[in-house]
Design a protein around this ligand. Structure first.
Ligand SMILES: C[S@@+](CC[C@H](N)C(=O)[O-])C[C@H]1O[C@@H](n2cnc3c(N)ncnc32)[C@H](O)[C@@H]1O
Length: 250
């Protein structure tokens, strides 16, 4: 069993609430049609789900966690969304149910992304689309160079792996989709970029306040948080977050 590395504390949720379909699903949006049904796996606090619901006939939002599905239920304000607690490795839906099955930043956290993609394919109608996007933490780049952020990058990747996830999942999505048996897969990459004072404050704040223990002492974590604050305060601060994406035909 994997542990969800980020937890569901307020800084984490704030970071997930910044996400929109426009900034996180650009690769999928041109393929959506008003008559479609969509499964949003690992919907988190539901901001992307809410946006997707404006573009299709019906969305089913799935979360492994009862608490988070409750947050999504509170945040989503469209009537065409259902909420279901289910695990991506064993989705509680019939074969061939949805036109589109989508997962944003989920497969990096799961025990078996190939099995998860097979399961996403099972519930997708033949000819439908399975779409996934994940970060690639080793591919993050930033300026100015701040040693504590490099330290954070090493630490985060160790913690994510010890929790059973793959922090560099973005680059492996194509291989995972092929291993899951998809024959038609297109793979792309895209980034988030944080370079304004507001965006820097938000992005740094979402990491500086996360106090993942285990691999670091409280002093290490304080030093890393200070590094994030120095980066956020620098007018030259720029951060690019690499993501891998796949669109696979079921
Ligand atoms: C990084 S969050 C992404 C949330 C949302 N998709 C977004 O991008 O805003 C990952 C979510 O996947 C959920 N998750 C983790 N493992 C899962 C699993 N095995 N099945 C379903 N959801 C899972 C977590 O509870 C968490 O809410």
């Amino acid at each position: 069993m994997t542990v969800y590395t980020h937890g569901h504390e307020e800084p984490v949720l704030r970071s997930h609430r910044w996400r929109t379909a426009a900034n996180s699903c650009g690769y999928l949006l041109p393929h959506l049609r008003p008559e479609m049904t969509l499964l949003d796996v690992g919907c988190g606090p539901g901001t992307i789900t809410n946006d997707l619901a404006a573009l299709v006939a019906h969305v089913t939002a799935v979360e492994v966690s009862d608490t988070v599905i409750g947050l999504a239920r509170d945040a989503v304000d469209r009537p065409n969304v259902d909420f279901v607690v289910s695990d991506v490795h064993e989705l509680g839906f019939d074969d061939d149910t949805f036109d589109v099955v989508h997962a944003h930043q989920v497969l990096q956290h799961v025990a078996d992304p190939v099995a998860a993609l097979r399961e996403m394919r099972r519930v997708c109608k033949p000819g439908g689309l399975v779409a996934a996007r994940d970060g690639d933490y080793a591919g993050f780049v930033w300026a100015p160079q701040i040693a504590e952020i490099t330290e954070w990058q090493v630490l985060y990747r160790r913690i994510a792996r010890s929790n059973g996830g793959e922090p560099d999942a973005g680059r492996y999505l194509l291989g995972a989709a092929r291993a899951a048996g998809f024959e038609q897969v297109s793979a792309h990459s895209s980034t988030w970029c944080f370079a304004t004072p507001e965006d820097r404050e938000w992005w740094a704040g979402s990491w500086a306040q996360r106090v993942d223990g285990g691999f670091a002492t409280p002093d290490d974590l304080r030093r890393i948080a200070d590094g994030w604050r120095r980066w956020a305060e620098s007018p030259d601060g720029w951060f690019s977050v690499l993501h891998g994406e796949i669109l696979a035909r079921a």
